[in-house]
Design a protein. Structure first.
Length: 308
């Protein structure tokens, strides 16, 4: 009698286990199918862009659409890229974008780390109110502030920078705003600095370190993941910037990559094969940077705001 009860119990437990396993497997398959579908929709525009960059102008709008480009593994396969890089001077445009994006990343790291340290560790009247006001500026898009910024640069910075070329048609208006305190960078650095044990700061004070020495020798070395994250995000954001280059840059030798892409679009027609080849050239550096730096970005975001 007891053996029969045990067998029925084992059978019931086994059946429930199989049912649970089947349900769990079906759920995982559904999740993977949805992720695969989202991945296809996400990746397909990039695949189409790369494919079109190897097509001749006459086959881009062919019906039915052709995913396999007509120039693939044919003579002149890289003609579009050669024309973009040398005839349209995209080598210079890419170098300009690297310079501007690197300088803006350095500017954001410099000012945001100092501001984040001040808001995280220094005590002064109105600190929380000032930080709240700074965060509120994140709700205002660039399009709202670009006109006051333009007037400020023309009336204040232009006379100051006149001996070295002025403000307009230089890299200055693309770089200088990033040396102002940014809300996102300050928030990121403040939250990370808040996680650093206070005992390290107290030990540095006992050793006679000043406030800036504590920031430079204690906080900054420990914040490498957040600093790298802030630099890379600022680099990517300014690499993709178009509004400021359109407003301030007139000389072709100062064009950035995004501004250079606009040269392929005309009033009545566009060189789509060259435009998409240029887009691949513009995106490729960002992909390479992200592949090699993604662990720093993930680590910087994941550790921000965690206390312990």
């Amino acid at each position: 009698m007891n053996a029969a009860i045990v067998r029925r119990t084992v059978s019931a437990v086994t059946a429930r286990a199989h049912s649970y396993y089947a349900l769990h497997t079906a759920r995982r398959l559904l999740i993977y199918a949805l992720l695969l579908l989202v991945s296809v929709f996400t990746i397909f525009p990039f695949v189409w862009m790369v494919s079109t960059s190897f097509k001749s102008a006459g086959t881009i709008f062919a019906l039915p659409p052709q995913l396999i480009p007509d120039k693939l593994f044919q003579p002149g396969m890289f003609d579009n890229y050669t024309e973009v890089l040398y005839r349209y001077d995209f080598v210079r445009y890419t170098a300009n974008s690297f310079f501007v994006s690197t300088m803006t990343g350095i500017g954001q790291v410099f000012t945001a780390s100092l501001a984040g340290f001040a808001f995280a560790r220094m005590r002064f009247r109105g600190r929380n109110a000032l930080f709240a006001i700074l965060l509120l500026t994140a709700f205002f898009p660039t399009e709202v502030t670009i006109i006051p910024e333009f007037l400020l640069g023309a009336r204040v910075f232009h006379p100051i920078l006149q001996p070295i070329g002025g403000w307009m048609n230089t890299f200055a208006p693309l770089i200088v705003p990033s040396f102002m305190v940014g809300s996102f960078g300050t928030f990121l650095m403040r939250e990370f600095f808040s996680t650093i044990p206070l005992e390290l700061e107290e030990a540095a004070i006992i050793d006679g370190a000043s406030v800036f020495q504590i920031f430079r020798s204690v906080y900054l070395p420990l914040s490498l993941p957040s600093v790298t994250t802030l630099f890379l995000l600022s680099f990517i954001n300014n690499w993709n910037e178009l509004l400021r280059p359109v407003l301030y840059i007139r000389s072709r030798e100062l064009y950035t990559v995004t501004l250079g892409l606009t040269t392929f679009k005309g009033e009545f027609e566009s060189a789509w094969n060259l435009l998409l080849a240029g887009s691949v050239i513009a995106i490729l550096p960002l992909l390479i940077i992200y592949v090699f730096a993604q662990r720093y970005i993930v680590q910087g975001i994941a550790t921000t705001g965690l206390r312990g």
